[in-house]
Design a protein around this ligand. Structure first.
Ligand SMILES: Nc1ncnc2c1ncn2[C@@H]1O[C@H](COP(=O)(O)OP(=O)(O)OP(=O)(O)O)[C@@H](O)[C@H]1O
Ligand SMILES: [Mg+2]
Length: 297
């Protein structure tokens, strides 16, 4: 493991650290994250919903014992909202106070650092170190094209320009982790700037391990049964195939009800924890719950 304050020495050290932070990464993901940290290059994590993209960035921040700065992207997100805003109420108060004292404030006073609200991108750029912040730019595919264009400049230069204050250069450039569910294609220019890793849905054994990690109340056989059943559900033609998050949720529902064995009846009682669409539940029932839980094999 890493000494406090040091970057992980190798891929194995990073994987062990992630494991301790409760995140199970396979070797290819651990390698990709290690390279992102060591090469100081942004990394783009793509994958289906719920495969652990967001959690990977959080766990990475834990391993590096540094802050996680998260920017949640959405349609219409503007560069200004992501970078900084001026604290208008505080500026107004400043003006009132100055008037009461018979003083006059200049623009330089009002647009100074004291009135600046740092939004995630600026907070990450201005993070004082000594370790780099982890900057999670979550669900970049939800933001608009223009925002993406703005972003790749920022990522390339690790600088931002605030008209009233000038250019700010990162003291310690952040480790940038971008995630996407591929609801739309990202610009080639952005991809080229990033390392890339596709997080696939893990095999059943790993899913069972993840369940055990996240839901310790679930026994090893129960976790294995849930992982196997989720794999069988994923083989059906569903609108929304359950992911790792749903597998964990299912195990949690079962343990909460005090159910130790995943029988067809138990699956029926808890189906809504794993299938979130009526038509998917119907498809599972049509396939037969004993088939889903594997008791008729
Ligand atoms: N490899 C893993 N190790 C430990 N926990 C995991 C792993 N993969 C997923 N999880 C757990 O699964 C859940 C979903 O993960 P997360 O939110 O990171 O998915 P995501 O890929 O960001 O999904 P979305 O695209 O919906 O945002 C979390 O509770 C997370 O802890
Ligand atoms: Mg996510």
């Amino acid at each position: 493991m890493t000494e406090h304050g040091e970057l992980p020495a190798d891929v194995e050290a990073l994987a062990t650290g992630l494991d301790r932070a409760g995140y199970l990464a396979d070797e290819s993901l651990a390698t990709a994250l290690f390279l992102a940290v060591r090469m100081g290059q942004p990394i783009l994590l793509e994958g289906e919903p719920g495969v652990g993209k967001t959690e990977a960035a959080k766990a990475l921040a834990t391993v590096l014992s540094t802050v996680l700065v998260r920017l949640q992207c959405y349609e219409g997100l503007t560069a200004a909202e992501a970078l900084y805003e001026w604290n208008y109420p505080r500026q107004l108060l400043g003006i009132r106070l100055a008037e009461a004292r018979g003083e006059q404030l200049t623009d330089d006073d009002l647009f100074g650092p004291g009135y600046l609200l740092r939004r995630p991108l600026l907070a990450a750029i201005e993070h004082p170190g000594p370790r780099p912040a982890v900057l999670l730019i979550d669900e970049i595919d939800r933001a608009d094209d223009e925002f993406e264009a703005f972003l790749f400049e920022l990522l390339a230069e690790s600088t931002v320009t605030i008209p009233e204050l000038g250019t700010r250069r990162a003291v310690v450039p952040p480790v940038a982790v971008l995630t996407s569910n591929r609801t739309r294609d990202l610009h080639d220019a952005l991809r080229r700037r990033c390392l890339y890793h596709w997080i696939g849905y893990p095999g059943s054994e790993r899913v069972a391990d993840i369940i055990r990690r996240r839901e310790p109340a679930a026994s090893t056989p129960l976790a294995a049964a849930v992982a196997g059943s989720v794999a069988r559900l994923r083989a059906l033609d569903l609108t929304k195939p359950p992911g790792v998050a749903e597998a964990i949720g299912w195990a949690c529902a079962l343990t909460t009800l005090g159910i130790a064995r995943l029988t067809p009846e138990a699956a029926g009682r808890t189906l809504s924890a794993v299938l979130k669409h009526q038509e998917d539940q119907d498809a599972a029932l049509r396939a037969g719950l004993s088939t889903v839980v594997g008791t008729d094999e």
